[in-house]
Design a protein around this ligand. Structure first.
Ligand SMILES: O=C(O)CCC(=O)C(=O)O
Length: 279
C-alpha cells in the first residue's frame, strides 16, 4: 500500500506520490461517471463562477451550501461578456463538489474501497471520516489557477489534522497544470483560516502575513493513476492550464473522528459524516 520509506517521505516533505495507486480502469470509471453527471446537469439552473481570485464566491450561497451536495462550478474564464458560455458545458466546468463520495454510487464505491481503507490505516487515519470530495477538470485552454494555500485554511480542525488524497485521472504535467508544493512547508504552521463571518459570508483570519516562499515550489508531475498524499499544512498550488489537454483529478479529504470540527468552517453538512466502514 505504502512503504516505510514513502511514509517517512510524507512526514518529512509533507507529500508523497504513490504511482499506479488507481488502476486505468478505476480512473476511466470515475471519468465516465463525472462526464455523465455533467451531461445530466443543466447549467441554466445555476451559474456559479468558481475561482480563488473571485471574491464573489465568498458570499456565494451555492458554494457555501455545497458541503453535502453534488454541485457544479464553472471556470472563471468560461463566460463571454454577455454571460453566455464560450465553450460547451462539458469544457467549461472547473469542478464538481463536495459530497460525491457520499451521494454518488460510483464515487462512493471508489472512495470507500478496501484499498483506500487500508491506505488510511497505514497513514494513521484508520478511524477517520470522509469530509470532502471534488472532481477537478482543469479544462483545456481555460483551466484556472489555484493559488498557493494550505488545506487546513479551509478545512480546519482542532488539533490540526487532515490529509488530502489527490488522484491523477490523467497524466498531470507542467504543461496542463500539475500540482506544485513547497517540500517541508507543512512545518511552518497555519497561515490563515477561512471562517464564516458573524455578519454573513466568509473572511480570512490571518495568523502570519509573510508571503509564501514560492521560489521553493517544486512541480509534482505524475502519471495517470498516481495518488498524491498532501499534509493539511503543506503549501501547494497549481497554475493555469493553457494547453489543449485537460488534467482531471479526484480529491478526497479525511479527518480523524476524534478532532473538533468548528461550526465556522465553510463546509457544514446536515448529512452526518461517515467513515470507511459506514457504507
Ligand atoms: O487540483 C488542483 O489544481 C488544485 C487542487 C487543490 O489544491 C485543492 O483543492 O486544495
Amino acid at each position: 500500500m505504502i512503504s516505510n520509506q514513502q511514509l517517512s517521505e510524507y512526514r518529512d516533505r509533507g507529500f508523497v506520490v504513490l504511482e499506479g495507486f488507481a488502476s486505468e480502469n478505476e480512473c476511466d470509471e470515475l471519468r465516465e461517471r463525472a462526464e455523465a453527471l455533467v451531461q445530466q446537469f443543466d447549467p441554466a439552473e445555476i451559474v456559479s463562477i468558481f475561482s480563488t481570485h473571485e471574491q464573489n464566491r465568498l458570499t456565494d450561497d451555492y458554494f457555501l451550501t455545497s458541503g453535502d451536495k453534488i454541485r457544479f462550478f464553472f471556470e472563471e474564464n468560461a463566460f463571454n461578456a454577455d454571460g453566455t458560455l464560450k465553450y460547451k458545458k462539458e469544457k467549461s466546468i472547473n469542478k464538481i463538489g463536495h459530497a460525491l463520495h457520499d451521494l454518488d454510487p460510483v464515487f462512493q464505491k471508489f472512495s470507500r474501497s478496501e484499498k483506500l481503507r487500508q491506505l488510511a490505516t497505514a497513514i494513521g487515519f484508520e478511524d477517520s471520516l470522509l469530509l470532502q470530495s471534488m472532481y477537478i477538470f482543469k479544462q483545456p485552454n481555460i483551466g484556472g489557477e489555484v493559488t498557493c494555500h494550505q488545506d487546513s485554511t479551509f478545512l480546519y480542525t482542532e488539533p490540526i489534522d487532515i490529509v488530502g488524497l489527490w488522484f491523477a485521472l490523467e497524466d498531470a504535467t507542467n504543461e496542463n497544470g500539475c500540482l506544485w508544493a513547497i517540500p517541508g512547508g507543512q512545518r511552518q504552521g497555519l497561515k490563515s483560516r477561512w471562517v464564516r463571518a458573524p455578519e454573513g459570508g466568509m473572511k480570512f483570519e490571518t495568523f502570519d502575513e509573510t508571503p509564501w516562499p514560492e521560489d521553493q515550489l517544486v512541480p509534482l508531475e505524475v502519471s495517470k493513476g498516481s495518488l498524491i498524499l498532501l499534509h493539511g499544512l503543506l503549501p501547494h498550488r497549481s497554475f493555469e492550464n493553457r494547453s489543449a489537454r485537460s488534467r482531471h483529478a479526484y480529491t478526497l479529504h479525511l479527518i480523524p473522528k476524534n478532532v473538533r470540527y468548528p461550526n465556522d468552517n465553510w463546509l457544514q453538512r446536515s448529512l452526518p459524516l461517515r467513515g470507511f466502514d459506514q457504507v
